[in-house]
Design a protein around this ligand. Structure first.
Ligand SMILES: Nc1ncnc2c1ncn2[C@@H]1O[C@H](COP(=O)(O)OP(=O)(O)O)[C@@H](O)[C@H]1O
Ligand SMILES: [Mg+2]
Length: 333
């Protein structure tokens, strides 16, 4: 197949600029793109790359010239703005080209953490209780809220804006953090019920018939017992910090068999309710009492070889190249 790998660049690409897996990994700091590109080449596809900054015409012209059978869509922003993420599949849709992963609707739905929760509530899926502290009219008090709370930006990803201070023991702490989020991210803040428990990642693939891979889990091995444990920005991305605090992701520790099936059913339900396509990762928390709460759904989760989605697939016997091929096969028109 002719495959166009589309991804974000933080600078304009030069005309016709092509990227090798090595350049992507070492010069551009794009391990996911490097892994996917290398797999597509090993699979024998005819591949071109297009790094996108702010040039819509470059996308259109490349589609017309190269006429790919499928676009492997790895973009997460446009003009360095994540809010633009849904507009890329929307454009591909208009160009009538097949592309991998989420459509505009699933991205719009999942990226708005409040809208996503409202939809899940309709489907009777347990989500954290929440209130919004709008940027334009920040809340002055929190009534009948049970603490601790957890405060985050309404539309960020990858634990941007998630730090130790996201955990709030009182109304004062929560409102202060919400104010900080309003100002730093210029967006509404979400004040949620803090869900104490294990954090599991459920990787789902498909469009109508869905496959759920074995759950993965984040472990916090050196963080003192009585401290809250959650995936701050540092806990996710800072290798030295992860090492210091014994933070690692791996196959989920043993779960009762009936719970495994329950989680898979929930993952499928959330995936469908939030219109995820192709592939997605549903993040949940499991309390000591066995209660399951959905934290968020991620359309187009990271496909880096060493991250949870690919690792979960591998643990189900689906090796990386075969996984990439399946994702291509799921590409919608
Ligand atoms: N209500 C909550 N209770 C406990 N931990 C939470 C809650 N919401 C988020 N977290 C923690 O913060 C992390 C990032 O939050 P998330 O909503 O997934 O944002 P992002 O889109 O940045 O990944 C989660 O992986 C989890 O560890
Ligand atoms: Mg998350």
């Amino acid at each position: 197949m002719k495959v166009l790998v589309l991804f974000d660049l933080a600078r304009p690409a030069s005309a016709g600029e092509q990227f090798s897996p090595r350049e992507l990994k070492e010069l551009e700091d794009k391990p996911t793109e490097a892994d996917v590109l290398a797999a597509l080449s090993r699979l024998g596809h005819e591949v071109e790359t297009l790094g996108v900054f702010d040039d819509v015409l470059a996308i259109i012209e490349t589609l017309k010239r190269f006429t790919p059978d499928v676009v492997f869509n790895l973009t997460e922003s446009f003009h360095s703005n994540r809010a633009n993420e849904p507009n890329i599949p929307a454009l591909l849709e208009l160009m009538k080209v097949r592309y991998t992963g989420a459509k505009a609707d699933g991205l719009i739905l999942c990226k708005d953490k409040v809208l996503a929760k409202k939809v899940l509530l309709y489907h009777r899926v347990r989500v954290p209780h929440f209130v919004i502290s709008p940027q334009s009219r920040p809340l002055k008090r929190l009534r009948r809220f049970i603490f601790p709370a957890f405060v985050k930006p309404i539309g960020e990803e990858s634990s941007d804006g998630i730090a130790k201070a996201s955990f709030a023991r009182s109304a004062e702490e929560a409102l202060e953090r919400a104010r900080f989020i309003n100002e730093k991210f210029q967006c509404d803040a979400l004040i949620e019920e803090y869900i104490d428990g294990r954090e599991l990642y459920l990787s789902v693939m498909g469009n109508t018939k869905l496959t759920v891979f074995p759950p993965r889990e984040i472990f916090f091995e050196q963080i003192p017992e009585d401290e809250p444990k959650f995936a701050t920005f540092k806990a996710k991305w800072d290798d030295a910090y992860r090492k210091k605090w014994g933070i690692r992701n791996g196959p989920a520790r043993e779960l009762p068999p009936e719970l495994g099936e329950k989680l898979a059913r929930l993952a499928r339900k959330v995936y469908r309710a939030l219109k995820v396509q192709g592939l997605g990762r549903i993040d949940i928390r499991l309390t000591a009492a066995g209660e399951i709460t959905v934290i968020e759904a991620n359309p187009n989760p990271s496909l880096a070889r060493d991250e949870d989605f690919a690792q979960a697939a591998a643990s189900a016997g689906l090796e990386y190249d075969a996984l990439i091929q399946k994702i291509l096969d799921c590409a919608g028109a």
